[in-house]
Design a binder for this molecule. Sequence first.
Ligand SMILES: CC(C)(COP(=O)(O)OP(=O)(O)OC[C@H]1O[C@@H](n2cnc3c(N)ncnc32)[C@H](O)[C@@H]1OP(=O)(O)O)[C@@H](O)C(=O)NCCC(=O)NCCS
Length: 201
Amino acid sequence: MSTSQPDEATKATAKAVDDLPLLRGNRIRLRGFRQDDIDDVYALYSDPAVTLFWSFPAWTQRAQAEDLLQHAIVSCSSDKILCWAIADSGSDRLIGSLTLFNINRAQGRADIGYALHSGQWGKGYAKEALRLVLDYVFDTLKLRRVEADIDPRNTGSCKLVQGLGFRHEGLLRERWLVDDALQDSAIYGLLARDWHNQRRS
Ligand SMILES: CC(C)(COP(=O)(O)OP(=O)(O)OC[C@H]1O[C@@H](n2cnc3c(N)ncnc32)[C@H](O)[C@@H]1OP(=O)(O)O)[C@@H](O)C(=O)NCCC(=O)NCCS
């Protein structure tokens, strides 16, 4: 029998997997990223329609997908960042991503970001995914507040969060410089009490 101890990287990956819950919806499931998601991850972020209002320009090299996967798999921690793959419940193929980041347990807040393959837009998948994560954020992590930073021209994303009860709380001008273009940030916020009241009514 081997008595060798797991190395640091193996332990970090095991902790990351432990920290990321599987969230099941009707049509989708939110699970951890896997190495075999690479083609679907590359397809997601190399699509200029998806990155039009994103914080980086559309990818042009597969190595960028490898880097993201590596980071998304090992860095998950409920004290820092949680990276979910949004997968089709039937096929388990990745159709998008949802990240909870800047998690600050002491202050009770976190930021949320999400993207879906453009062929899957308009089917209610993003709403289903955000609902699952917001239940987890407020019921299990017991955070008080979730924030979304959205380019005000991104009508789809603004409508999505407004429909979930986020309030528009302000505008930060010229906050991002992506591909030589400046972008404003509309800040949306959702409080635990708003979410719970909404769920009750
Ligand atoms: C934003 C995004 C995730 C929305 O995903 P989606 O699965 O199409 O959204 P849903 O189908 O769940 O729609 C949720 C609500 O938003 C509305 N909506 C979505 N896209 C819309 C659009 N382009 N214009 C108007 N309303 C839109 C829907 O009608 C729906 O409203 P309802 O709840 O009243 O029915 C998707 O467009 C995307 O991945 N965009 C690229 C990445 C991105 O910009 N991410 C956000 C960065 S802040």
